[in-house]
Design a protein around this ligand. Structure first.
Ligand SMILES: C=CC1=C(C)c2cc3[nH]c(cc4nc(cc5[nH]c(cc1n2)c(C)c5CCC(=O)O)C(CCC(=O)O)=C4C)c(C)c3C=C
Ligand SMILES: [Fe+2]
Ligand SMILES: [Fe+2]
Length: 351
């Protein structure tokens, strides 16, 4: 068996987003290809993007993350050039891998901008990368992801810090307010085959402990399936209304723990819809920032890279689940939709 080349590059693997009005529909066509999502939902989401000028904040946030990472790589003596590729918008994976090949890169460590394991956040990215490597052909670099960081002390402290800062803006401590953690809802057929909910529950519990929050719940947002298909619940808006009906909510902090930066879904579903609902009901609401470029989060990514480079032998993880696997098992994050997708890659392993 031939020996693997050493890691020579770092790849930020992300989702991508439109950069103007004309990009919105082609972007959404990319996102929803092969997914059982009604056309009306796609048009509804298109309106959210158009409402913000057709520009998703995600690409700019990824540029900022790369800039912050570059500084931390330099300070930590990590000598890997940083590349960036997306699933749904420019720069697409195949173009990035082509560039890496022409720069002579052979083996890359990748960070996926999803903190929790699911088909979309894990396996689908690995399939996308296999497909992109096939497109690039011989000499395309190998890509290996670092482990999931949902219980890493750096992620937990960044999230706890953001909860505390948000609570402060409404004159409370985390212990004095209700805290809702939100994550992207996914179809039950997807949730059944991965550890998404288990990791989310653990992460929320750890952030609550670290911030001193005692009254908290995990809820979901951005559901996109047809009404006939079960997705993870409760929805954030339903949860707020139900809780407030049961016992008047004085104040509320919402942390989108399932998103690593303040995406359009966060801006629309939380800063517009949830904020409006809270205003109507007289609930003091503060939305905590997602991880973004929080120094502890950036340091966490550096730590995950250092582990894989062998610079550090520690694998920090809080709570009960331990450090997640470096290499995904064969059946990791499979998705068997109730209705087969129209298109899509064959199930493959990319580690
Ligand atoms: C079948 C499942 C999903 C559908 C349908 C879906 C539609 C959809 N999603 C976005 C925007 C984003 N989705 C993101 C992440 C994400 N999406 C799903 C599942 C479906 N999305 C999952 C499981 C995840 C991973 C969650 C996570 O851990 O981050 C993101 C964030 C991407 C990132 O930060 O890299 C966005 C943005 C749209 C617009 C959409 C269409 C209606
Ligand atoms: Fe999504
Ligand atoms: Fe996985």
């Amino acid at each position: 068996m031939s020996e693997l080349p050493p890691y020579d590059s770092f790849l930020l693997v992300s989702f991508g987003g439109p950069e103007g009005q004309d990009d919105v529909m082609p972007f959404l066509e990319n996102v929803l290809r092969g997914k059982n999502v009604p056309r009306e939902r796609m048009l509804e989401v298109a309106e959210h993007y158009k409402h913000f000028g057709g520009v998703s904040p995600i690409n700019q946030q990824n540029r900022q993350l790369i800039a912050a990472l570059q500084k931390r790589f330099d300070a930590n003596g990590i000598d890997l050039p940083i590349y960036w590729g997306n699933r749904n918008w420019d720069p697409y994976f195949a173009n990035t891998l082509r560039q890496m090949k022409s720069d002579g890169k052979k083996r890359s460590l990748a960070f996926f901008t999803s903190m929790f394991s699911s088909y979309s956040g894990c396996r689908q990215y690995r399939e996308n990368i296999i497909q992109a490597r096939e497109e690039v052909g011989e000499g395309a670099p190998l890509v290996e992801k670092v482990r999931m960081g949902f219980n890493h002390p750096g992620f937990i402290s960044a999230m706890a810090d953001n909860v505390s800062k948000a609570a402060q803006t409404i004159g409370a401590s985390p212990a004095e307010t209700k805290v809702l953690f939100t994550a992207h809802s996914i179809p039950m057929g997807m949730a059944d085959n991965c550890d998404y909910e288990k990791q989310l529950q653990e992460s929320c519990r750890l952030v609550a402990d670290a911030s001193g929050a005692t009254d908290w719940e995990l809820v979901y947002q951005s559901r996109s399936g047809p009404p006939s298909q079960p997705w993870l619940e409760p929805d954030v808006l339903d949860a707020i209304a139900e809780m407030d009906d049961a016992k008047k909510l004085g104040s509320l902090v919402i942390l989108p723990i399932g998103f690593v930066s303040d995406h359009m879904e966060v801006l629309f579903d939380l800063d517009e819809e949830a904020a409006q609902l809270c205003q109507e009901r007289g609930i003091k609401m503060a939305r905590a920032s997602s991880a973004g470029t929080h120094p502890d989060f950036v340091e966490m990514i550096c730590g995950l890279v250092r582990e894989r480079l062998g610079i550090s032998s520690e694998k920090p993880a809080l709570g009960d689940l331990g450090a997640w696997h470096d290499v995904c098992p064969q059946d990791c994050c499979l998705y068997t939709p109730r209705r087969p997708p129209m298109t899509g890659g064959r199930p493959v392993q990319a580690n």
